[in-house]
Design a protein around this ligand. Structure first.
Ligand code: A3P
Length: 346
């Protein structure tokens, strides 16, 4: 009897001991993990359910190449617009940047979705004082006609870096969805430079070399006054936006992957916008001559982006590239931490 009681006691003690050791191990692991960088909001946890109920009428794609096209050309009558219940809606999502990140490609590719309608031009409503003074009705009138269930999207990359813009967009719609497409910061800066260089050459003007602009001649440090460098410090700009919008309102698109393999990036955006997945491999085909993916709407209509996209970048001194990459590194780390999206940028 005594032996049995002792065995029972030993069993209980063993159980209690295991429990205590287990809790201790859990605590140690938890404290250890707190030291590591934790994404504030991991991207997967922010995305909605991948499969949403079908709500998109079939006629919309047909409409995009039909009536919408006619409206753009000025051929549709007011009666036709009224008959189809078409309206000009304020954007429910905006591609706010980043310049040379692939903003045009992203907008055009999203426009393949039957529930998305793009504003073709960059409107520059929130960053341009004159336009902003024209008021919200002016902005709405710049929007394309659409069905009520469709989402209007516009892109103006200057929004991302212009100080006044976050507050202005917040005042228009505090629950708007914001898309930011980024590329490896040094490559983006060179692309930015290439665009300006081309503009100068078109006007027969000379321009400095990239190296001269990006590096301060006196200190030999990175020249943070140079706009192409400043724009690539993504975290600095994003932090200003976060004063108005919570991180869940942003979706970060990998602009480098949009070039090489666009579909997965577009599917992530579809989920972020709570849209059923409609863009498929059929809608995107690689054009070897252009060196980019082009868009296929249907059997008869397809298009590639204009030649102003995909310019050949000038060769940049490797030591300058290395300096810039080292400079951007800590900002990139912070950007990954805030957004919950990590890139393999050097
Ligand atoms: P490069 O000209 O440096 O190659 P934005 O539209 O924001 O100005 O971005 C331009 C960049 O979009 C181009 O940069 C190009 O690489 C990139 N891009 C991504 N997908 C593209 C596509 N399918 N067709 C053309 N350019 C594309």
């Amino acid at each position: 009897m005594l032996f049995k009681q002792q065995a029972l006691l030993r069993q209980k003690l063993f159980l209690l001991g295991s429990l205590a050791i287990g809790s201790l191990l859990y605590l140690v692991a938890r404290v250890g993990s707190l030291d590591r960088l934790q994404p504030i909001c991991p991207i997967e946890s922010r995305l909605g359910p991948p499969h949403l109920p079908e709500q998109i009428p079939l006629r919309t794609l047909q409409y995009k190449r039909g009536l919408l096209h006619e409206i753009r050309k000025g051929n549709a009558t007011k009666e036709q617009i009224r008959m189809h219940n078409l309206v000009q809606q304020l954007p429910r999502a905006i591609i706010i940047g980043v310049r040379k990140g692939g903003t045009r490609a992203l907008l055009e590719m999203l426009n393949l979705h039957p529930a998305v309608v793009k504003a073709s031009q960059e409107i520059h409503f929130f960053d341009n004082e004159q336009n902003y003074a024209r008021g919200i009705d002016w902005y709405r009138e710049k929007m394309p006609f659409s069905f009520l269930h469709q989402i209007t999207i516009e892109k103006s990359p200057a929004y991302f870096i212009t100080e006044e813009v976050p507050e202005r967009i917040f005042k228009m719609n505090s629950s708007i969805k914001l898309l930011i497409i980024v590329r490896e910061p040094t490559t983006r800066a060179v692309s930015d430079y290439t665009q300006v260089l081309e503009g100068k050459e078109r006007k027969n003007k000379t321009y400095h070399k990239f190296e001269k602009l990006a590096i301060d001649g006196n200190t030999c440090d990175v020249n943070t006054k140079y706009k192409a460098v400043r724009t690539s410090i993504y975290t600095k700009h994003l932090e200003r936006w976060l004063k108005y919008f919570p991180v869940e309102h942003f979706h970060i698109v990998d602009g480098d992957r949009l070039i090489t393999d666009p579909l997965p990036e577009l599917q992530l955006v579809e989920r972020f916008l709570n849209l059923p997945s409609r863009i498929s491999r059929y809608n995107l085909y690689f054009n070897a001559t252009r060196g980019f993916y082009c868009l296929r709407f249907n059997n008869v209509f397809n298009k590639c982006l204009a030649g102003s996209k995909g310019r050949i970048h000038p060769e940049v001194d490797p030591s300058v590239v290395a300096k810039l990459r080292k400079f951007f590194h800590p900002f990139n780390q912070k950007f990954y931490q805030i957004t919950g999206r990590t890139f393999n940028w050097p």
